[in-house]
Design a protein around this ligand. Structure first.
Ligand SMILES: NC(=O)c1ccc[n+]([C@@H]2O[C@H](COP(=O)([O-])OP(=O)(O)OC[C@H]3O[C@@H](n4cnc5c(N)ncnc54)[C@H](O)[C@@H]3O)[C@@H](O)[C@H]2O)c1
Length: 340
């Protein structure tokens, strides 16, 4: 098996999940880290035993590097993806792939010219509970899907935004709650529901209006292409990061995700279907446990040329589509169609 050399751009809060995953993936070596903060980058490079670059363009000139992980602020995703693809690298980017659909369109054009693959980190699709849920829906075990409710309540306080000032600004984050914290929930909603046809949504900044210029709370009523209904509520104003709650109502019963455990409820009985284990070392529980799996599947896809399990641009764009639709609907105060 040929060794694949990786580089990580951006050594902030999420990068250690990528380091852990790389260290636990056979045939992969972390060759370089990149960060504009020199002291931090040098210290981390010494800890990991790899090279350090302050300028990612210089790192891209290293021909030994096969795969580039992008773990930077959202406004840097598009330029870094374009540069890495143009340099012939494989690219694994943190979500969101870009700040909006216009950026997605530019990335799509660049991808057409590129030899490398682009994978986006939607690790929650790979949680055991998500995979079990998706399988039960695919097998139609509970009959026709009627509705999906999603409820996400986390805590983000002013110091979180002060630590990384790119957060909480349209110009640099592309939004806030929806595009950062709740994007996984929107992705799961559309993935389980089989695509959203239209929605009516509202965003608000209730508690953090002195800190951010974006939203801290959002809700939406959705209609899925298959006719089912969806209800979505998310807020960063809770006092802790509560696990995502989902309720999937089908003709012959219900599936419930509570405390990272998936239950099947029918005829008054509750049966456990799957449980997400505790995350490994540096991952926070509410980030889910899928980073290792997502990284491994990306490297498998590079080796095999197949892309099973990898969230490519087309899939990654779907949750961004929902983010934009909720903003538009909130502005217009009317239903927004997602079918072209
Ligand atoms: N998948 C998940 O569950 C999950 C969880 C948390 C964060 N994320 C995503 O990870 C990404 C990073 O978020 P974070 O919370 O780690 O941010 P952060 O602010 O903690 O870290 C960003 C890092 O990028 C560095 N950086 C900034 N500009 C740079 C440049 N030009 N070149 C090189 N490095 C540069 C900063 O110095 C900092 O170290 C975001 O896309 C975020 O949405 C994903």
């Amino acid at each position: 098996m040929r060794t694949l050399n990786a580089a990580i751009i951006g050594c902030g809060s999420i990068h250690r999940c990528h380091v852990d995953a790389l260290q636990q993936t056979p045939g992969v070596v972390l060759r370089a880290v990149v960060d504009i903060e020199k002291d931090k980058g040098l210290a981390l490079a010494a800890e990991y035993g790899c090279h350090f670059y302050q300028d990612y363009h210089e790192m891209l000139c290293d021909e030994a590097i096969d795969v580039v992980h992008i773990c930077t602020p959202h406004y840097l995703h598009k330029p870094m993806i374009l540069a890495a693809l143009a340099a012939g690298k494989q690219v694994f980017s943190e979500k969101p792939v870009g700040m909006n659909l216009a950026e997605v369109a530019e990335i799509r054009e660049a991808e057409k010219q590129a030899d490398g693959q682009l994978g986006v980190c939607y690790q929650n699709r790979l949680n055991p509970t998500s995979l079990a849920l998706r399988q039960l829906l695919d097998e139609n075990t509970l009959g026709k899907l009627l509705s999906i409710n999603a409820f996400l309540t986390w805590s983000r306080t002013p110091p979180y935004y002060a630590d990384s000032p790119w957060r909480g600004r349209y110009a640099t984050e592309g939004g806030s709650l929806l595009i950062n914290q709740a994007i996984h929930t929107l992705d799961l909603l559309q993935w389980f529901g089989g695509g959203v046809s239209r929605l009516k949504g509202v965003v608000d900044c209730a508690r953090l209006s002195d800190t951010i210029d974006t939203e801290d709370t959002a809700m939406a009523t959705l209609e899925f292409s298959g006719g089912a209904r969806g209800l979505f509520f998310a807020s960063n104003n809770h006092t802790r990061d509560a696990p995502l709650q989902l309720e999937i109502h089908c003709e012959n019963g219900e599936l419930q995700l509570r405390d990272n455990t998936l239950w099947r409820v029918s005829e008054g009985k509750r049966v456990m279907i799957a449980c997400d284990e505790t995350p490994y070392s540096h991952s926070k529980s509410y980030w889910g446990i899928g980073h290792l799996q997502a990284v491994r599947q990306f490297y498998d896809a590079i080796r095999s040329g197949k892309s099973e399990g990898v969230t490519h641009l087309h899939e990654a764009a779907k949750s961004l589509h929902l983010v934009e639709a909720i903003y538009r609907s909130s502005q217009l105060r009317q239903w927004v169609s997602l079918t072209q």
